[in-house]
Design a protein around this ligand. Structure first.
Ligand SMILES: [Zn+2]
Length: 125
């Protein structure tokens, strides 16, 4: 079954192109969801350490400072949870981890091939 499947991909350009498109989509989703998680983490760090919004919340909108922080931190935590769940879903339901791992191994081989012989001899086999 697996052999016939691979054979078909080797022969059929249409299916190969579709597979490549879907792998690209999986890779992009993985990158986007991990970036989203990182940005929410960053936003929480900013809220914790810097207080640039106090002036805006208090003087311009007339909001209570504690309420504003509560609201922003809740939004940050909810966003972080949501993006981590989305990342977990992408990693478990798509072949993205295998695909990205294969891509990384391919790049490593290319880089290794460009190294001078004296350095390549030092690499563990
Ligand atoms: Zn086909």
């Amino acid at each position: 079954m697996n052999k016939a499947y691979k054979q078909h991909f080797a022969e059929c350009a249409h299916c190969r192109a579709r597979q490549k498109f879907h792998r690209t989509l999986d890779g992009s989703l993985t990158i986007l969801t991990s970036l989203a998680a990182l940005f929410f983490l960053f936003a929480l760090a900013v809220l914790k350490h810097i207080k640039p919004l106090e002036h805006v919340a208090f003087n311009i909108f007339g909001l209570d400072v504690a309420d504003t922080y509560h609201m922003l931190i809740s939004a940050g935590v909810a966003g972080l949870c949501f993006s981590v769940i989305a990342l977990a879903l992408v990693l478990t339901t798509t072949p993205a981890p295998t695909y990205l791992g294969g891509l990384a191994a391919e790049r490593a081989k290319l880089i290794e091939a460009r190294l001078p012989e004296s350095i390549r001899a030092l690499l563990p086999r």
